[in-house]
Structures are given as structure tokens and as C-alpha cells.
Design a protein around this ligand. Structure first.
Ligand code: ZN
Length: 339
């Protein structure tokens, strides 16, 4: 009960990449870089084990960017042909690569990484992949007739990869879909269909992480425009509750998402965000358990997984370690005091 898990990313050590910066370039290269990624992953696995986390993640130590890490291997993308695009509904403007042909996956993308993680812990493991709609919001379409067509094409490649990772021993495949609450109408019209296609045939647990983003300034500014109650999820949770996905995330730590929205996910397990990623204050186990207690008014204990609100990557290392420990200790405190 109350299996604790992370939303995804964790900071990289300063010898591997510049700290406290999202998507920082590597500080090593060649063989040293490959060894460095393994060492950093190993360290995080042990920190999570010691903290009492139940479903471990590699913390994305092997990739610079959560979407491009997947796309780098895919054929049909022109990385030189940059298109200026406002992503997440114009929250950021960035130059993105362009799809110029039919996309295909020539080989395994994250297989080696998963083999390493599986070999280094006996705990359950989770692996995160970008969701098809978020991929389409991070790359320009210069080939497919429509964006939903492109999303389905990427969903097929994600499905190939996910099946391989499942066979290598992954317990949970999580698709990250931060685009879902920027494009609620599209999510209902085609985003959830693409997500279903990505998870088709998987026997392991499947999850979708949606969020209001990392605790970076662009997101803080955006959140300040959303009013007292963040009700975006209200539009998409009914569709997600009908989807094939097993677990859905939402933020409950220092968030303005009304907790009652969990009532729209009656057929799902809920990853309840109990750790704030926009604050440097490390939560106490009591604070974490208090959020779990509140969430239990809307979701049965057996469907509740304590989680971080989002990735911890941009935070200082010591704060992130503290927050991982707080998550594990808080989940344990909740088991002792609430069950
Ligand atoms: Zn997130």
C-alpha cells in the first residue's frame, strides 16, 4: 500500500552536466560519458532504495532532454531543419527539429539503460517515455497530413520500444504528457487515442504523467495566470478514466489543483504529488502524510501512489536527495499512521 514513486527526472551530478539547469549539455564525452551516466544512475538507485522508494526510476541520467532522448534514434527527422515553434501553447518558443519523412525506429533506444537499471536493483522499476502528443508538440510536422496522424505514427514507435523494455523487466512504463493540460480539447479529440495506441498490448503497469511543469520561471509565470483553482484536468480526466492506462498523476503539494478532481479517476490508480518541485524547502514526513490523508477523501488507499509533483531535475542535488527521502519517509509514516 502507498507504493512511493518518482514522477521522473532527477538532477545530474555536477561532473556529468551543469547543475540546476534543465537540459544542460554533457561535461564528459565518449567512454567516460557512458561510464558517468551509469555511475550517476547507480547512485540514484541506491539513494532511492535507502529512502524506501518502492518503484525506482533511473532519473533520466542517460538523456539530456526527455523528448529528444527518444527522438535522437528515430529516422525521418531532419535535425538541421529547425522550425521556430511556440510549444505548450506558446509557453516557450524554441527552435525544434522537423519531421520530413515517415518515422521509423531502426533499433532499441533505451534497452541498454534498462538492462543496467534492472541489473542493479531488486525493487520494481519504472521507465519514462515521452507521450505521443508531447512529442508532436516538441517537433515540427513537415510530412504527415495532420498532427494526429503524426501522433499515431510516433505512438507505434513508442509501443515497439515499450514492449522491448517490458521484456527487459520494467514494471511500469510511464508516458510523460505535459502537453495534455495545454491542449485539453486536442487531448480529448485525439491525444488519449494516441496514448492508448502507445500502450497497446503491454502487460506491465502503464502510467501517464501530466503536470504544470518543472518549477522554472516560465511555468511559475504561466501558473500565475491560471487563477485560484487550476481546473484544466477536469476537461481531460473523464477521457483518461476511460483510457487503457493504469495510473494517472496529479499535483497535490502546494498546488491549486482541486483535490476533488481525483473523483474523476475512479477506475485508475492515482499518482498523488506529495512533493513540491517548485520549492527548495524539503517536506517533512508528517507534511507528506497529511497530503496523503487529504487525498484519501477522494481516492481509495489501495489506488494511491505517493509521488513527486513533477521531475526534480532542475533542483540542487542536496534538496533533491532530501525530497526523495521525504517521499519515502512520508509514505512509510502514512502506512503507520493512516492504515
Ligand atoms: Zn512533470
Amino acid at each position: 500500500m502507498f507504493e512511493a514513486t518518482l514522477a521522473g527526472s532527477l538532477p545530474k551530478p555536477d561532473w556529468l552536466a551543469e547543475p540546476e539547469k534543465l537540459w544542460a549539455p554533457w561535461r564528459l564525452e565518449g567512454k567516460e560519458l557512458e561510464e558517468g551516466k551509469r555511475e550517476a544512475t547507480y547512485e540514484w538507485l541506491k539513494i532511492q532504495e535507502e529512502a524506501g522508494i518502492d518503484i525506482l526510476s533511473g532519473g533520466e541520467q542517460f538523456r539530456v532532454h526527455f523528448v529528444h532522448g527518444f527522438l535522437e534514434t528515430i529516422n525521418g527527422i531532419d535535425w538541421e531543419k529547425k522550425t521556430k515553434m511556440g510549444i505548450r501553447d506558446n509557453r516557450y518558443t524554441v527552435e525544434v527539429p522537423t519531421v520530413t519523412g515517415k518515422v521509423s525506429r531502426p533499433r532499441s533506444i533505451h534497452g541498454e539503460e534498462v538492462k543496467f537499471i534492472r541489473a542493479n536493483t531488486d525493487k520494481k522499476i519504472k521507465f519514462t517515455l515521452p507521450g505521443p502528443m508531447t512529442i508532436c508538440d516538441t517537433i515540427a510536422n513537415g510530412f504527415y497530413e495532420t498532427r494526429p496522424d503524426m501522433a499515431i505514427a510516433f505512438a507505434e514507435l513508442l509501443n515497439q520500444e515499450a514492449r522491448e523494455l517490458e521484456n527487459l523487466g520494467v514494471d511500469t512504463i510511464q508516458f510523460d504528457e505535459p502537453a495534455f493540460n495545454a491542449f485539453m480539447k486536442d487531448t480529448v479529440e485525439w491525444g488519449v487515442d494516441a496514448l492508448n495506441a502507445a500502450q497497446e498490448g503491454l502487460k506491465c503497469k502503464t502510467a501517464v504523467h501530466i503536470c504544470y511543469g518543472y518549477g522554472i520561471q516560465e511555468n511559475i509565470d504561466w501558473k500565475n495566470t491560471l487563477g485560484d483553482q487550476w481546473r484544466q484536468y477536469e476537461e481531460i480526466f473523464p477521457s483518461l478514466n476511460r483510457s487503457e492506462i493504469d495510473q494517472v498523476s496529479l499535483e497535490c503539494a502546494n498546488s491549486r489543483v482541486p483535490p476533488s478532481l481525483m473523483g474523476l479517476l475512479k477506475d485508475k490508480e492515482v499518482m498523488v504529488g506529495v512533493i513540491d518541485v517548485a520549492s527548495l524547502d524539503v517536506e517533512t514526513p508528517e507534511q507528506v502524510a497529511a497530503i496523503i490523508k487529504d487525498a484519501m477523501q477522494h481516492v481509495d488507499a489501495e489506488r494511491l501512489l505517493p509521488c513527486t509533483n513533477c521531475g526534480l531535475a532542475p533542483l540542487p542535488m542536496d534538496v533533491s536527495v532530501g525530497k526523495v527521502q521525504a517521499l519515502g519517509a512520508g509514505a512509510e509514516f502514512a502506512r503507520q499512521s493512516l492504515l
